[in-house]
Ligand binder design. Structure first.
Ligand code: HEC
Length: 146
């Protein structure tokens, strides 16, 4: 009888202990996220502009298709000049026959992307820094901030 009680108590102790470990892990990820968030001004700047100008169409986790393609990894796929010009006025580039712009629009009948002629180079530096940082975080399982 005593032995049975001991086994039940041990099982209970072990299961509550693993639960605690899981939630510790969650809190750790959350703290980790907030740490990057608060101590990195470029990240914060990029996130604010992204939320204001891009997140309506491009998923902020950077890995899923929204009404626009996911942007994670884009800085490795395109040249910086192209990316900045495209963000400022993608449709003009399409109209002028830019090869990549035409290729993107030939694959799928996308809606039109808004133009952002007022974004400065430093705004765009911050946006694309945020895009790649956020993408790395998503790949590590760090949840998107609400
Ligand atoms: C109204 C919706 C909308 C908004 C807002 C928007 N986009 Fe887009 N974006 C699109 C669509 C649709 C495409 C795909 C078709 C195209 O390129 O025209 C696209 C494509 C892109 C591409 C090209 C991807 C590639 O494969 O090269 C980049 C880069 C991009 N967007 C960046 C941005 C950034 C940065 C912002 C915010 C400053 C932004 N977009 C805001 C809809 C949007």
């Amino acid at each position: 009888m005593n032995k049975l009680f001991f086994i039940v108590a041990l099982a209970f102790f072990l299961s509550s202990n693993t639960e605690k470990k899981l939630s510790d892990n969650k809190i750790y990820l959350q703290e980790n996220y907030i740490k990057i968030d608060k101590t990195d001004p470029l990240y914060t700047k990029g996130r604010n502009i992204f939320k204001r100008d891009c997140a309506a169409c491009h998923y902020i986790g950077m890995d899923l298709l929204g009404t626009a393609p996911p942007l994670g990894g884009i800085t490795k796929l395109r040249k910086k000049d192209w990316l900045y010009k495209y963000t400022r006025n993608s449709y003009q580039m399409y109209e002028q026959g830019d090869k990549i712009a035409k290729e993107i629009r030939s694959k799928k009948s996308w809606g039109l992307m808004t133009s952002f002629p007022n974004l400065t180079d430093s705004d765009l530096d911050a946006i694309y820094y945020f895009v790649e940082k956020r993408y790395e975080m998503t790949k590590k399982g760090i949840p998107v901030e609400k």
